[in-house]
Design a protein around this ligand. Structure first.
Ligand SMILES: Cc1cc2nc3c(=O)[nH]c(=O)nc-3n(C[C@H](O)[C@H](O)[C@H](O)COP(=O)(O)O)c2cc1C
Length: 219
C-alpha cells in the first residue's frame, strides 16, 4: 500500500494549495497511509551548516521534529509539497524543512561542481501543488527548477509532477463559482470575461489533482 508524505505550506487552512491537496488526497485509495504535516505547525530548527551529516548520515540537530519527519519522508512512496509561492519561492517554514534534506545526501566538492550521493535509495514520486497570486506561472519556476535539481540528485528524475494554480488571491478562490469569481475580478479591474475561462480552468485543475493521485496510486 502506498505511503504518502504531505507537507502543507500555507498558513491558511482554506488556502488554495490546501484545497488542491484535498483534491489530490481524494484520489488516493482509502487504504493509503498519509503522513500529513503542516510546515506552520511543526517544530523545526534551521540547518546550522555544521556539515556533520556528510559523515554521520543524519542530522545532529536535536529537540525538534526532524527525527520523526525524516523517517516518514524516507518511508513514503510519494512526497507532496502543497504550498503557496512567496516571493518566487517557498514560504520560510517550508524552506526550513528543505534545507534539512541536506542530511539525506553526501556532498563532495569536485573541480567543476558539487557531487551529490544520496545515502538511501529514493524510489519515490515527487508532487508539487503550487498556488500563485500572479497571472503567469513564471513565478513558480524557481521552485520547479529546485525540484528538478533535487529529483535529479536523488535519481528520481522522471518522477516530478506538478500542478499550478494561478491568479489566486483569496482563500478558497479556486472553488469559487463563476459569478463570485466574476464579481471579484470586477473589483480588481480584471476583465470579467476572464472569469468564465478561469472558473473552468480552476475546476479542471482540481480534477487534475485528483487524477494525478489516482495515476500515482497504480504505478
Ligand atoms: C508574503 C507573500 C509573498 C507572495 N509572493 C508571491 C510571488 O512572488 N508570486 C506570486 O505569484 N504570488 C505571490 N504571493 C501570493 C500567493 O502566492 C497566493 O495568494 C497564493 O495563492 C496563496 O496560496 P494559499 O491560498 O494556498 O495560501 C505572495 C503572498 C504573500 C503573502
Amino acid at each position: 500500500m502506498k505511503k504518502i508524505f504531505v507537507l502543507r505550506g500555507s498558513p491558511r487552512a482554506k488556502g488554495n494549495s490546501n484545497i488542491m491537496l484535498e483534491n489530490f488526497l481524494s484520489g488516493l485509495p482509502s487504504e493509503a497511509i498519509i503522513y500529513d504535516y503542516n510546515a506552520n505547525k511543526i517544530k523545526l530548527k534551521a540547518c546550522t551548516g555544521c556539515l556533520r551529516c556528510n559523515v554521520l548520515k543524519k542530522c545532529v540537530i536535536r529537540y525538534d521534529d526532524w527525527d520523526e519527519i525524516s523517517k516518514k519522508i524516507l518511508d513514503a512512496d510519494i512526497i507532496v509539497f502543497a504550498s503557496p509561492v512567496y516571493f518566487l519561492h517557498f514560504p520560510a517554514p517550508v524552506k526550513l524543512l528543505l534545507d534539512r534534506f541536506r542530511s539525506f545526501v553526501n556532498v563532495k566538492l569536485t573541480e567543476n561542481a558539487l557531487d551529490y550521493q544520496a545515502f538511501d535509495k529514493w524510489d519515490k514520486d515527487f508532487v508539487l501543488l503550487l498556488s500563485l497570486g500572479s497571472s503567469s506561472v513564471q513565478d513558480a519556476e524557481p521552485i520547479i527548477e529546485l525540484f528538478q535539481h533535487i529529483t535529479n540528485l536523488l535519481q528520481c528524475r522522471d518522477r516530478l509532477h506538478y500542478l499550478i494554480a494561478r491568479r489566486m488571491i483569496l482563500s478558497g478562490q479556486i472553488f469559487m463559482d463563476e459569478q463570485s469569481l466574476s464579481n471579484f475580478y470586477d473589483k480588481l479591474g480584471i476583465n470579467k470575461n476572464e472569469a468564465s475561462q478561469d472558473y473552468l480552468k480552476n475546476k479542471d485543475l482540481l480534477q487534475k489533482c485528483k487524477e494525478l493521485a489516482e495515476r500515482l496510486s497504480f504505478v
